[in-house]
Design a protein around this ligand. Structure first.
Ligand code: SAH
Length: 353
C-alpha cells in the first residue's frame, strides 16, 4: 500500500507518484536522493518549483530536533524530536570506538506497560511512520555532519527508544528496508538492532522479514511469575513460547540472539536468579546484556550497583552463558528511554502549555 507520507516512500512508490502527477520518471530518483538526506520539498534544489509545490501538499513525515542535551561525562547526546503534528519523541546518540549508534523511537509513548519503563507511563499516543523514523536519523546527520562530508555520521541504529517496534510492525519493517537500502540510508543490517518486549508471533514474522537484523529480547526475569510482576506482556506470552522463538531466530539466522536484563535491586538480581537464568538459556546461541536499572522518578524500583552487576555477569559466564554489563552512557542526561520526553511534557504542563 502506498504510504501517506513522502519520507516513507521507496523508488517504485515515488515513480508511481510522479506518473500520477504527470511528471517525468527521472524526478523520482532525484526526490529519493533528497529524501535519503531528510530534505523537505522546499529544499529540493533540482526540482522545479511547480513540482515542489505539489510535493509540499503531501504529508512529509519529518522529525525536527528541538532540544539537545550533551553529556558532561562522555560524548553522548540526547535529542528531543518534534513530529509534524507536534508530538514529541526522543533519541540518543552514543559514540563508540567503532562508530556512532543512534537509538531511535518507534512510537509516541508505548502501550506495553512495563513497570520500570518511563515511555509507557501515559500509554501509546500513536505509531511512527517509517518516514518519521528515517527522519530521526537524517535530522542527526544534518546536525552533525562527518568531517569528510561523505560517510554517514550514524553507523549503527538501535530501536530501543520510546515504543515497541514489533507493535508497529509494518512501519518498522518498511523503516528497516529503507534504512538498509543502497538508495535509502545504506546502513548494513548487521549494524541495526531491534528490541522487543517479546511479542512472540511478531518475532516469527520478523525472522522471515528481517533475518539480517539483530534481534534483542527484553527478558528481565528468569521465570514467568517474576516476569509478570514487571512486564504485562508476560501474561500474553509465557517463557515456554518466548524462549523457543528466540532459539528459532538463532537457529535460522546463525546469529546470536541478545537478551536484555535490567538488574533491579531486590527483584531479579540474586545469585539464584542468575542460576535460573543460565538454566533457561542453556543451549541457545545468545548473549545477555545486563544493565543496572535506571531509576525512574515515577517508579519505585532501583538498580543494583555496578559491582553487583559485574558479579551477576561473572556468575552467568561461569555457568557458560555469555554476558556483559552494558556501558552506561549519558547517565547525567536521562539516558533511559522515555525520561527526557516525560520531563519535557511535565515542564510544558507546569508552564500550562
Ligand atoms: N519496547 C522495546 C524497546 C524499547 S526499550 C523493548 O521492550 O525491548 C529498550 C530497553 O530498555 C528494553 O530492554 C527495556 O526493557 C529497557 N528499559 C526500559 N526502562 C528501563 C530502565 N528504567 N532501566 C533500564 N532499562 C530499561
Amino acid at each position: 500500500m502506498m504510504p501517506a507520507d513522502l519520507a516513507s516512500m521507496d523508488m517504485d512508490e515515488l515513480s508511481a507518484l510522479m506518473a500520477g502527477l504527470g511528471e517525468p520518471k527521472f524526478r523520482a530518483g532525484q526526490v529519493l536522493s533528497w529524501l535519503a538526506r531528510g530534505v523537505r520539498p522546499e529544499g529540493m534544489k533540482n526540482i522545479p518549483a511547480s513540482l515542489r509545490k505539489k510535493l509540499e501538499e503531501i504529508p512529509f513525515g519529518g522529525a525536527e530536533i528541538i532540544e539537545q542535551k550533551h553529556s558532561q561525562k562522555d560524548e553522548t547526546v540526547k535529542f528531543l524530536y518534534e513530529l509534524d503534528d507536534g508530538n514529541i519523541v526522543e533519541g540518543v546518540l552514543m559514540t563508540y570506538s567503532y562508530g556512532r549508534t543512534l537509538c531511535i523511537s518507534s512510537q509516541v509513548g508505548c502501550r506495553m506497560g512495563c513497570a520500570f519503563c518511563a515511555s509507557t507511563l501515559n500509554g501509546k499516543v500513536r505509531d511512527l511512520t517509517a518516514g518519521e523514523m528515517l527522519s530521526e536519523v537524517t535530522a542527526v546527520e544534518r546536525l552533525i555532519p562527518t568531517a569528510d562530508g561523505k560517510k554517514r555520521t550514524v553507523t549503527n541504529i538501535v530501536m530501543m527508544g520510546c515504543g515497541e517496534p514489533l507493535d508497529n510492525y509494518d512501519n518498522t519493517i518498511r523503516f528497516l528496508r529503507r534504512a538498509t537500502a543502497a538508495d535509502g540510508l545504506g546502513i548494513s543490517p548487521r549494524n541495526i538492532s531491534v528490541s522487543t518486549c517479546g511479542l512472540v508471533p511478531k518475532i516469527y514474522s520478523f525472522i522471515e522479514d528481517a533475518p539480517h537484523i539483530t534481534l534483542c529480547i527484553s527478558l528481565h526475569a528468569p521465570n514467568d511469575e517474576l516476569r509478570r510482576r514487571t512486564m504485562p506482556v508476560a501474561n500474553a506470552y509465557s517463557l515456554s513460547e518466548l524462549i523457543p522463538a528466540a532459539k528459532h531466530y538463532a537457529d535460522v539466522t546463525g546469529r546470536r540472539v541478545i537478551f536484555e536484563y535490567a538488574l533491579i535491586e531486590g527483584v531479579n538480581s540474586s545469585e539464584e536468579h542468575a542460576c535460573e537464568l543460565a538454566a533457561l538459556l542453556r543451549g541457545i546461541n545468545c548473549h545477555v546484556n545486563l544493565i543496572p536499572l535506571n531509576s525512574v522518578k515515577e517508579r519505585r524500583l532501583n538498580g543494583v550497583s555496578r559491582k553487583k552487576a559485574a558479579e551477576f555477569a561473572a556468575l552467568l559466564e561461569k555457568l557458560h552463558v555469555s554476558a556483559t554489563v552494558r556501558r552506561e552512557l549519558g547517565t547525567d542526561i536521562d539516558g533511559a528511554c522515555g525520561q527526557l520526553r516525560n520531563k519535557h511534557i511535565r515542564s510544558q504542563e507546569e508552564e500550562g502549555v
